[in-house]
Design a protein around this ligand. Structure first.
Ligand code: SF4
Length: 701
């Protein structure tokens, strides 16, 4: 009976924002297999990551003891995976010694160099409670708002545009609403790879008659189900979207009543799109004027049209402008506030929505209460039992800004929980040099990540299945993840570790069960005030906003008004801005980075999951076959890709989905860390870097 589980534990998938519910089948503290549950987002389905990506928790590379860097060992960015050599760099320590050093030195930096000399990165891999407690630690223990996480690299631009335009950074309608829509635009997203179970609902909708319109420079598998697929040129989103709006305005397809009753700023938007006729934009975006007109009419005139988007929209220096255009499209046609309509930025990580909601961002307290608001500060000072005037009124630094501040000597100490900026940050050599230059780096993780390799102290944490907490999916659905395993060796729960660090910074916290943190969150976050812990345990999933205990949760929002001071949504016009770095004779191709189906973000988990690693073991670059021919190469050849910032070598894969002149590379391979090449140029509004466009050259060998 060695393969018969001795317990079954209901939880959620640790990977993407779809938030599939699953059951862990466990025997002797080992997961044997995983099954899909009938959750609201997945109805029993799981993709390959959810089904097979669990055994990383049992991998021999798991950190099981606190580690302290050996004296005199230099910090270099050249990561060594060999666990045998780890002990040349680090030595084992007791928890007491590691915590005293980790927390004590953070405190010493604060007291000597001031509170702004510290920063913290939390993680969208962690629970809502971990995110909440981590940002509370940075704000009240470090005394700064220098706290951020991977949302900065993901949908920060979408959130800025949504907060500005409609007053809420979350989605207006759940993914499943694609089955209620007549027309669905999917732009800059590859759901089959990145949100696989959500993609199945999109395909079902297409089979049932919903017209899918795919707008993307890369042809995704979903394009096979599309009514229209528009392969526009990379970096020309605003040209295409403004041209669509030009058609809607000039042909009188706007919803006049909706504009008059529920919006402001339309006149400015209307004037702006006058200059963007489809004929003028066709050569820029590479889509003929008639097709632009057809798609614009289709979206504007259907009974219910919905827009979903991904990183292809957000990760540009004009990411906020791209999202502003999508919002304006929905507003001018009244395609929002009803079932089957609205705006849905597909969230990447399983808790990137929840971590942002919980305040793990430098400019907002939990529930998007701005740190510069005296009322918000007073509310949190009271809730956190602080003297008036304690909290910093200045927004903190964002992810990429923190790296620059380290190079300038302004930040000297960091606490990183579950993030891997040495792999995920743009211009990763610059980021690694920054991490190495810190006086003190504390990393809390389950593996010796590329970031942990640069740490002074490493705190061994708990894997997803080893803790209980809530996680918020892309649909604003708060779900309960339950502990199925005990952490290995001396690894500890993240909530415990955060509290131990807090103690060393003179904070007197005494949270016992995770529900005590959740209860405090409810008291400070009106959006989840009606979700009790008992309700989570009973129902497993509740959608917010849920302001009172009797409220069933609201899956479609903005039905009557928008959560802005005027109650009206706001049009914000956008103009075409080119990418920060264009191809030239020296670097003639474009690099686009992203994910692949089998691997997750920086690969620390999925590359240690046996099935997933077997499916995609080696770093690959996806090159159009004609470009590969032109360079005299064949599929499987080793190629070197170079930008002005670095170079990597990996295997070429012929891929017709990539447009000619563009190369796509996943960012999960430490041995070919593609973010060494990407550009750290930032969108000025959201400070999101331009992962989706920089100039490269490719050579054989
Ligand atoms: Fe997990 Fe996303 Fe796959 Fe669902 S679709 S099983 S949440 S990775």
């Amino acid at each position: 009976a060695q393969h018969v589980p001795d317990k079954k534990v209901d939880s959620v998938c640790p990977y993407c924002g779809v938030g599939c519910q699953l059951t862990y089948n466990v025997k002797d503290n080992k997961i044997l297999y995983v099954e899909g549950r009938d959750g609201p987002a997945n109805h029993g389905r799981l993709c390959v990551k959810g089904r097979y990506g669990f055994d990383y928790a049992h991998h021999p590379h798991r950190l099981t003891k606190p580690l302290i860097r050996r004296a005199g060992v230099p910090k270099t960015g050249d990561f060594v995976m060999d666990p045998d050599r780890v002990m040349d760099v680090f030595r084992e320590a007791t928890w007491e010694e590691a915590l005293e050093l980790a927390g004590g030195k953070l405190k010493a930096i604060r007291d000597t160099h001031g509170r702004k000399a510290l920063a913290g990165f939390g993680s969208a891999k962690g629970s809502n409670e971990e995110a909440y407690l981590f940002q509370k630690l940075v704000r009240t223990g470090f005394g700064t708002n220098n706290v951020d996480h991977c949302t900065r690299l993901c949908h920060a631009s979408s959130v800025v545009a949504l907060l500005e335009g409609i007053g809420s950074g979350a989605v207006s309608n759940p993914v499943m609403d694609v089955t209620k829509a007549d027309v669905v635009i999917i732009i800059g997203a590859n759901p089959t790879v990145n949100h696989p179970v959500a993609a199945t609902w999109m395909k079902n909708a297409a089979r049932a008659g919903t017209k899918l319109v795919i707008l993307d420079p890369r042809r995704s598998e979903l394009a096979r189900f599309a009514h229209r697929y528009l392969q526009f040129k990379p970096d020309t989103d605003v040209a295409l979207l403004n041209a669509m709006m030009h058609v809607i305005v000039s042909e009188g397809l706007v919803d006049q009543a909706f504009i008059a009753n529920r919006t402001s700023g339309y006149e400015e938007l209307r004037k702006n799109v006058e200059g963007y006729s489809p004929e003028a934009m066709a050569p820029i975006c590479g889509i003929d004027a008639d097709t632009i007109r057809e798609v614009a009419r289709l979206y504007a005139t259907s009974k219910a049209s919905m827009i979903l988007w991904g990183m292809g929209v957000s990760q540009h220096v004009h990411g906020t402008d791209n999202a502003r255009c999508l919002i304006a499209l929905a507003l001018m046609t009244g395609q929002i506030g009803r079932e089957g309509t609205g705006l849905h930025p597909l969230r990447g990580q399983n808790n990137v929505q929840g971590a942002s909601d919980a305040g793990l961002i430098p400019m907002m307290y939990p529930d998007y209460q701005h740190v510069s608001s005296p009322e918000a500060r007073a509310r949190f000072e009271q809730a956190w039992k602080l003297a008036p005037g304690t909290l910093d009124e200045k927004p903190g630094l964002t992810v990429v800004e923190v790296m620059d501040a380290i190079h300038h000597g302004d930040i000297r100490g960091m606490y990183v929980m579950g993030e891997n900026p040495a792999m995920s940050d743009p211009d990763a050599n610059h980021a690694r040099d920054a991490l190495a230059a810190l006086d003190h780096l504390v990393v809390q993780d389950i593996f010796l990540t590329e970031t942990a390799y640069l740490a002074d102290v490493i705190l061994p944490a708990s894997a997803f299945a080893e803790k209980t907490g809530t996680f918020t999916n892309t649909d604003r659905l708060v779900q309960l993840g339950r502990q199925a395993l005990n952490p290995p060796g001396d690894a500890r729960q993240d909530l415990w570790i955060i509290q131990e660090i807090a103690k060393r910074l003179d904070l007197r916290w005494d949270y016992g069960h995770v529900s005590e943190v959740f209860d405090e969150m409810r008291r400070t976050m009106p959006s989840i005030a009606g979700i009790t812990w008992e309700r989570m345990e009973r129902d497993d999933a509740v959608t917010y906003p849920c302001p009172n205990e009797g409220d069933p949760g609201q899956s479609v929002v903005f039905v009557d008004d928008f959560p802005r001071p005027t109650g009206r949504a706001r049009f914000v016009p956008a103009d075409v801005i080119p990418a920060a770095e264009r191809p030239d004779t020296e670097y003639p191709l474009v690099l686009i980075t992203g994910r692949q189906l089998e691997h997750w973000h920086t690969g620390s988990m999925t590359r240690r999951a046996a099935v997933l690693d077997a499916l995609e073991p080696d770093p690959v670059a996806l090159v159009h076959p004609l470009d590969l021919d032109a360079m005299g190469g064949r599929p499987g050849d080793l190629v070197t890709i170079e930008s002005r910032r670095g170079k990597v070598s990996l295997y070429a894969r012929a891929d017709e989905s990539s447009p000619r002149g563009a190369v796509f590379v996943p960012f999960c391979y430490y041995e070919a860390a593609i973010n060494r090449l990407t550009n750290a140029a930032l969108d000025p509004f959201a400070k999101i870097p331009e992962f989706k466009y920089c100039a490269i050259r490719v050579t054989l060998g």
